[in-house]
Design a protein around this ligand. Structure first.
Ligand SMILES: [Zn+2]
Length: 381
């Protein structure tokens, strides 16, 4: 039996297997059939020449807002997937228990790309721009447990946004509610940080190994570095113990001075995600390839940035057995990238600018052997 499709001539970058080498990739029945240094063209029905490009596992974006049409921040992620290679989006708490069923039926189950989600501990999710924990009646632990228990196939954790505005006058209580639900479910929490209160000193002791701290390069008052740009001791200890630092660039959460200080000290984030939403998609975040390009130009290798957008986020959501890898036999989720050399300008959320010589562009996106076509998908807003 010939292969359905052969991607020929690229460099395959698959950090899940420490692979970065020129290889051909064969696809059969929607699955990865072979990854070998050379596979003959006459063994496949269709051959795509991808020489000079890079084949990676389908990207996994750990922080997106995908509840288009029903929540403040949501974008339609299929057009994003087709253009960026983000085959799996992990929604960061757009839905809570009250509006979960619409999210599942009209988004998760209907998309061409993959979508899983952190359930917001606030039952109203991100219907409004903020204040979702200002009324503690919404932070309903029992209802969150019931909803997540019934949707274990696609709910990967509990989300809580801890920020001056989101909490109203409720301090650290929303975090304690999220903790109670997550512990009962044996799922991790994704914690959003930004502006205190509550202060980081109250948040960090409530986190456990496997929990995700998103917006780790925020320049706001809850930033994880001190005045001298050294990582705070409490964050360092929690990180050593196994909490996961995630970028979540967004519209307000990526500061070049903070990121550069961390990287200078050899401290790299575990996951690089976008926090793509109605505003950040218009820039200076734009998309995951742009965000990864910022880290490429900060000195990380291509393998290091791809690892942080494939196997590392797959591990964070306990899906490393099915996502973030090009292992033979897995569903053929993959992306083809080109690195365009030139004089590129990138900006952080304060419009501090840096120049770089490399920029990643996605040239092909595939879920389970099916190519996602940007022309067909329309626009994400
Ligand atoms: Zn977000």
């Amino acid at each position: 039996m010939p292969y359905d499709l052969l991607l020929k001539g690229a460099t395959v970058v698959d950090p899940s297997r420490n692979l970065s080498a020129s290889s051909d990739v064969a696809i059969q029945d929607g699955k990865i059939a072979a990854v070998e240094p050379s596979i003959s063209s006459d063994r496949a029905t269709r051959v795509v020449d991808v020489s000079g490009k890079y084949v990676t596992p389908g990207l996994v974006d750990l922080h997106v807002h995908a509840y288009w049409g029903s929540t403040y921040w949501g974008v339609d992620v299929d057009p994003v997937a087709a253009r960026t290679g983000v085959i799996t989006s992990v929604d960061a708490g757009s839905a809570g228990a009250y509006n979960w069923r619409g999210f599942r039926r009209f988004h998760i189950e209907r998309l061409k790309s993959r979508l899983v989600a952190y359930l917001n501990i606030s039952s109203i999710g991100l219907t409004h721009q903020t204040y979702e924990h200002a009324n503690l009646y919404y932070d309903d632990v029992d209802l969150a447990i019931e909803t997540a228990s019934q949707n274990r196939d696609v709910i990967v954790g509990i989300k809580v946004r801890l920020d001056q505005n989101t909490i109203g006058h409720n301090g650290i209580v929303p975090m304690d509610r999220a903790r109670a639900a997550a512990d009962a479910l044996n799922l991790p929490i994704m914690v959003h940080i930004g502006v205190a209160p509550p202060p980081l000193a109250e948040i960090i002791p409530r986190m456990r190994p496997g929990d995700v701290l998103t917006h780790c390069f925020t320049g706001h008052s809850n930033r994880i570095v001190d005045r001298n740009h050294n990582v705070r001791d409490d964050v360092q200890r929690a990180w050593d113990a196994g909490i996961i630092l995630d970028v979540g660039h967004g519209g307000g959460s990526f500061s070049y001075p903070v990121a550069e200080a961390m990287i200078r000290q050899g401290l790299l984030p575990n996951c690089i995600s976008t926090d793509i939403h109605v505003s950040s998609i218009r820039g200076p975040m734009y998309d995951l390839p742009t965000t990864l390009s910022k880290f490429l130009n900060l000195g990380l290798s291509l393998s290091e940035v791809i690892e942080r957008a494939t196997i590392n986020p797959a591990r964070a959501i306990n899906r490393a057995d099915s996502l973030g890898t090009l292992d033979v036999g897995r569903e053929a989720d993959l992306a083809v990238f080109e690195i365009v050399e030139g004089d590129h300008e990138f900006k952080d959320v304060d419009l501090i600018s840096r120049r770089g010589t490399k920029r990643l562009y996605c040239r092909l996106a595939m879920r389970a052997g099916t190519i996602l076509d940007p022309e067909e998908e329309g626009l994400p807003l």
